[in-house]
Design a protein around this ligand. Structure first.
Ligand code: COA
Length: 594
């Protein structure tokens, strides 16, 4: 089939569908929802059998849905309608929810249901996390099912659908519903409210008397709460990494990220407020708070961005490092923490070291929001901040590349983008689960050249020509496709949870394998050989020479692209590598109807 993805942005769900549908042999083109006329032109050029809308914020123009079957993916059960579907499901505490594929008609979310897939709401999950994992998996199933019902040329599905669930219209959730009452809300309620607003729009609140939106909250351990038993609810108690600890009625929560709210006089600049760590936004206020550090190897109920654990018997032991950086973005501080953690794991008696990244993202490379914010700091600049960040990222990557006395495994529980992909490729073995999407390229960020030793690690997996092609084409790659191309070593498990258990089992086997010593010896010999041939320092210097030009040179493309990305500026056009319908010379050209 010829399938046109009409979408507000090429987001994680759209990328996943793009990969799945292409793998099924469909011809897929993408048009970003910029204007009705642009969407209409895309339909005219591409002549799709079906228009699929995975993520839309506006209605599909009538001229399109009356002529072509338009299927809209709605993150709700049949009958559910409205723009805050997941927010309401989370606030109600629903245990089950669903994704519906329905036909676009005049009224929003009111067309015929072609398919729907139920899902289990993961306890404690945030809205964004549910969207990237359970909702995306369910959406893929529902879309595939809906397409099975397609009759070429018809505007009707080939059989009636069975809709047992019955939702209803729910309006945009207002901030009054989300508001936290610190005097009465329990930890569970505070977490629920912040989770339901995760990603966007956040919960409007105040910190240090400044109105701001809260994101990224985690429960404090009972042991820590006990230290502050007499503090009044709402009090700010301590700091740790990016976050501050705030008392609730029955415990305390860590709050990691905020976006300052524009005051009425700042309304014009309101879109200039960046989502950043609390420690960065309120640095002067946060510093005097009591620091509550925690060891890298800590109890499961203790929250921190990094967590190290060990499994297995002496002599066949696996070290496991989680680094749960919000949104997978790695600031200079976070890169240096990871570097230090990787230095420390060298002292541990393990045979296999796993880098598990975060549950939603493995890593998305340098922290573009923190870099953007540096522009407004006296004596700093986005270029300087980019330079410091990429050097810190390289330092962390180098630790992994030179961890040669054991086998290293990058286990991708979530998606990885740009430098985050190449951090993973610094490991000996790279695995992902079937739902992971990779963006192993940098060029989408204003033609960034990239670093993280990619010029060393990518060709050794793919060879020179395929490496360059991958970097140029700028397309997302599904984990199964990445295995086929040689970028990943394996992909298994339907989701992060199943994958995690299988990774551990495989790593324990690896750590106890009779040929492990031989394998480590071969790895060391390879590293020495590679170093003699061309030192890692040379790869780094060459990459950074190009990056310096991106950061400090005459061409401002990177700075412009970053600015647009962090402020989510609407797209002015659909990138040509996605909009196949503009490439009239390609094989995507519709067959001549004659
Ligand atoms: N720095 C800071 N924030 C980042 C980030 C980065 N490198 N990558 C992603 N984010 C943030 C987004 O701003 C967004 O924030 P939100 O909480 O306000 O929604 C969130 O992470 C999710 O990103 P989004 O783009 O919505 O996710 P996606 O799954 O649809 O797309 C990517 C994933 C990786 C394709 C996309 O995020 C991306 O291109 N990131 C930039 C990668 C990059 O160029 N890194 C720098 C060079 S190493």
């Amino acid at each position: 089939m010829r399938i046109l993805l009409l979408t507000h942005s090429f987001n994680s769900l759209t990328q996943r569908l793009f990969g799945v549908l292409r793998a099924q042999g469909h011809t897929v083109s993408v048009e970003l929802d910029i204007a009705d006329s642009v969407a209409q032109e895309a339909v005219d050029l591409f002549q799709p059998d079906v228009v699929l809308a995975p993520f839309l914020k506006r209605r599909i123009p009538e001229g399109i849905w009356r002529k072509v079957v338009c299927l809209v993916v709605h993150p709700g059960i049949p009958g559910d309608r409205g723009p805050s579907a997941l927010d309401w499901a989370l606030m109600r505490g629903d245990e089950y929810w669903g994704v519906t594929v329905l036909q676009a008609v005049e009224e929003m979310d009111a067309g015929e249901v072609w398919a729907w897939q139920h899902l289990v709401m993961r306890p404690g999950a945030t809205k964004s996390s549910l969207y990237r994992r359970e909702v995306t998996n369910a959406a893929v199933q529902a879309v595939l099912h809906a397409l099975e019902r397609f009759v070429p040329g018809s505007l009707q599905p080939n059989q009636p659908s069975h809709t047992t669930a019955t939702g209803s219209w729910n309006s945009l959730m207002p901030q009054t519903t989300r508001r936290i009452d610190w005097a009465v809300d329990s930890t569970a309620t505070v977490l629920q409210k912040i989770a339901a607003a995760d990603g966007s729009p956040g919960v409007l609140d105040a910190l240090f008397d400044q109105p701001c939106r809260l994101f990224d909250a985690h429960a404090a351990s009972p042991a820590l709460v006990a230290q502050f038993a007499s503090a009044a609810p709402g009090t700010l108690l301590a700091r740790r990494g990016p976050a501050v600890l705030r008392r609730t009625l029955d415990g305390a929560v860590w709050i990691g990220h905020v976006r300052l709210e524009a005051t009425p006089s700042q309304q014009a600049a309101s879109d200039n407020m960046l989502k950043l760590s609390v420690a960065q936004v309120f640095s002067g206020h946060v510093a005097p708070l009591l620091e509550a550090p925690v060891a890298l190897m800590h109890d499961a109920d203790e929250w921190d961005e990094l967590c190290y654990r060990e499994f297995g018997p002496e002599g066949a032991r696996v070290g496991w490092l989680d680094f749960e950086f919000h949104n997978g973005a790695m600031s200079e501080r976070q890169c240096l923490r990871l570097r230090d953690a990787l230095r420390w794991v060298r002292t541990r008696p393990t045979q296999v070291q796993v880098l598990a990244g975060g549950q939603d993202f493995f890593s998305n490379g340098i922290h573009l929001h923190a870099i953007e914010a540096a522009q407004r700091v006296a004596g700093d600049s986005a270029a300087d901040a980019s330079w410091r960040n990429i050097n810190a990222m390289n330092d962390a990557t180098l630790e992994l590349l030179t961890l040669t006395d054991r086998i290293t495994v990058a286990a991708l529980h979530g998606n990885a983008g740009a430098g985050g992909c190449f951090l993973a490729l610094a490991a000996d073995v790279v695995w992902a689960h079937e739902g992971v999407v990779l963006n192993p390229h940098y060029k989408n960020m204003g033609n960034l050249y990239g670093s993280e030793y990619w010029t060393y690690s990518l060709p050794r997996r793919l060879g020179e020509a395929a490496s360059l092609a991958l970097m140029q084409q700028r397309l997302p790659l599904s984990a199964p496709d990445a295995v086929t191309s040689g970028l990943l070593d394996d992909c298994f498990g339907a989701d992060a949870e199943v994958f995690s258990a299988q990774v551990l089992a495989r790593c324990l086997t690896l750590a106890g394998a009779p040929d492990l010593a031989q394998r480590i010896k071969a790895k060391q010999a390879q590293r020495e050989h590679d170093e003699m041939h061309k030192p890692l320092a040379t790869y780094r210097d060459e990459e950074l020479t190009r990056m310096k030009r991106n950061f400090y040179g005459f061409d401002p493309s990177y700075h412009v692209a970053r600015h647009h990305f962090v402020f989510r500026k609407p797209h002015a056009w659909t990138p040509r590598h996605l909009a196949l319908h503009h490439d009239l010379t390609s094989a995507s050209t519709p067959p001549n109807p004659a």
